[in-house]
Design a binder for this molecule. Sequence first.
Ligand code: TYD
Length: 150
Amino acid sequence: MNPKLKFKVRRAGLIALQFFKDSPDGNLFIAEARRHIPFAIKRVYFINNLANAKAVRGRHAHRRLEQVLIAVSGSFVLQLDDGHRTQRVLVNDASHGVYVGPLLWHTMTSFSYDCVILVLASEWFDERDYIREHDVFLQAVMTSRRQKPM
Ligand code: TYD
């Protein structure tokens, strides 16, 4: 990932972790809440066993949840859609995560065989926070823009 990557979709951003290259004794990556990560972390989960090249994950947005997605190993393609613009990002750098804010439709595909995705989340799991239908998502974006400029 280019550390200067610019996001044209709203409510997304690049997150630089603290990084020590302890070569030849490995690399050390650090993510501290409210320091490197722009929210207090309430939940951590990770996804592995992505050997199926046709796997598709995500395909939803959240109403309030904020997350940072990090490819701690390997790579995947993250497709983002803020309701107005779309952007495709190759996530392939353990020293940088992608901030995925509320009302951002996200889909993950093209996982490398060794891909492991670590996700830092601002809230405990709540299925009611999910928007799993794209037309409901577009409606939520429109309603939100009427209420406050984002
Ligand atoms: P989902 O968030 O849809 O996965 P992805 O975005 O990676 O495709 O979650 C898949 C299933 O796992 C869904 O039934 C909800 C459940 N789940 C939990 O119970 N707790 C969690 O913290 C997460 C992330 C998912």
